[in-house]
Design a protein around this ligand. Structure first.
Ligand code: PLP
Length: 376
């Protein structure tokens, strides 16, 4: 018999989400507005140190509106780490701006400060999209200094980092605008959804405006600007409210999952886990590690295939943007041709890390991995 499938990061729902959703249904607020949307924004705002929030239908929509509201126009240069999910960079193209990719640091897996400094000096960008990769907060003291000194608009892509902190401040509060994602695989989910966050109320008002087709405030349908249909459904916001109530429990669950992987596997010489950087508490959205195939005698893809045979879902680390056909010809800034992004992509593995992963399945995954790593 086929073993039960273990997913990388499945949704983790409770009775509360179900009740809130049914309540929303019964109230007949089946629309991309309504009391749950307002409350989800308020509750997220409370969670994120009273920043202003706009609930949207995806993290990608939130990034797109951030780029627009930051005033990015055709031909403007926007920096972005190469090692990220494509959504971070796609939105630069939506506005016909020019992405320039920056390498990441070998220890943190987030944007490398040296490379960033070089890229800013050389290309004079309008904006930076900083990505808190796999829950690891960027080093915001240095990034914010560099951005302030050089007049670079800072957008924080915290899609993977809700619940993480840097110097005890929450990810999602560091950008002039920050974004969150509630996609099905993220730490909390509304099946699909996102949030734009800022301490500037004007930006958030603008986001609500753009997200409702830029409808002017008169009784008929009056439009002066291009608009979008980006608002979050009231039904989905109900689920989001339930999810947010247990964010801290979910973070602790994922951190415990990481700790167990680490304890059982870190003694293998050719295995390196993504380390938590100083001042950072990561949500450990996904446990990620590098396999040195020369030492281990097995490579990342072989490990994924063996896990797949056991019906366990594992994945490579994001494929860097500068290696994607879509971005062929884009500039890439790295230290001495190191290309850390490519190294992490070639050797990096993401392991099942859902906050509802049970002990038995977790042990089974670890057994398969120990078996893989002991083969040589
Ligand atoms: C998931 C993700 C997004 C996009 O969010 P969606 O809600 O799926 O549109 C953006 N950036 C990063 C880094 C992500 O992981």
């Amino acid at each position: 018999m086929m073993k039960k499938r273990v997913y990388l990061s499945p949704p983790h729902m409770s009775k509360l989400e179900r009740e809130l959703m049914i309540e929303a249904f019964d109230s007949n607020w089946i629309a991309p507005l309504g009391p749950n949307v307002d409350l989800f924004e308020k509750e997220m705002s409370r969670y994120l140190d009273d920043k202003y929030c706009a609930a949207l239908n995806s993290g990608t929509s939130a990034l797109h509106l951030a780029i627009k509201i930051a005033g990015i126009k055709e031909g403007d240069i926007v920096l972005c780490p190469s090692l990220t999910f494509a959504a971070s960079a796609n939105v630069i193209l939506y506005e016909k701006a020019v992405p320039i990719f920056v390498d990441v640091n070998f220890n943190s897996w987030t944007i490398d400060i040296n490379c960033l400094q070089n890229a800013i000096e050389k290309y004079k960008p309008k904006a930076l999209i900083a990505v808190d990769l796999y829950g690891q907060s960027c080093n915001y003291d240095e990034i914010m200094d560099l951005c302030n000194e050089n007049n670079v608009f800072l957008i924080e892509d915290a899609a993977e980092a809700l619940g993480s902190t840097y110097k005890n401040k929450k990810c999602g509060t560091f950008g002039q605008m920050s974004i969150l994602s509630f996609n099905g695989n993220k730490i909390i989910t509304t099946s699909g959804g996102g949030m734009l966050v800022s301490e500037n109320d004007e930006y958030i008002k603008k986001a609500h405006f753009y997200a409702t087709q830029s409808r002017e405030n008169v009784i008929h349908y009056e439009h002066h600007e291009i608009g979008y249909n980006y608002r979050l459904s009231n039904i989905l916001a109900a689920i989001g409210r339930g999810q947010l109530k247990t964010i801290e429990v979910k973070v602790e669950a994922r951190r415990n999952i990481y700790n167990k992987y680490y304890k059982e596997l870190n003694s293998f010489e050719g295995i390196t886990f993504m380390t938590e950087m100083p001042h950072v508490k990561t949500n450990r959205w996904l446990t990620t590690l590098i396999i040195d195939s020369a030492i281990m005698g097995i490579n990342r893809n072989e490990v994924i295939n063996i896990l797949e045979e056991e019906n366990i879902e594992a994945r490579p680390v994001w494929k860097p943007m500068h290696l994607q056909k879509l971005f062929h010809g884009s500039k890439f800034v790295t230290n001495n041709n190191q290309d850390v992004s490519k190294y992490l992509f070639d050797n990096g593995l993401c392991l099942p890390s859902g906050s509802n992963l049970n002990k038995k399945d977790h042990n089974r995954i670890i057994e398969v991995l120990i078996d893989c790593f002991s083969k040589k």
